[in-house]
Design a protein. Sequence first.
Length: 91
Amino acid sequence: GGSWVSSKGFRMIYLRRPGYSTKYETEHRIVAARAIGRPIAGHEIVIHLDGNKLNNDPKNLYIFSSRSAWVKVQMGKDALWPAASNLGLYK
């Protein structure tokens, strides 16, 4: 049980859910899911706006609808890096 920080710098939280195998999940995805009131879909990417992977304040989290949308922003091909959380749009 408990939590730990992965080699990629994310805080991992132990989850025990009825009907699911027990596993660890990244804290930022758990926080985002709670903020929007539903699980984060597998295709959705949750990022930290300030780049600090341990700053899991909902105001610091942003959801991309797909990996390709995230990559386009990272490569500078679509839009600028987001400046504010968009979790409110997903409620």
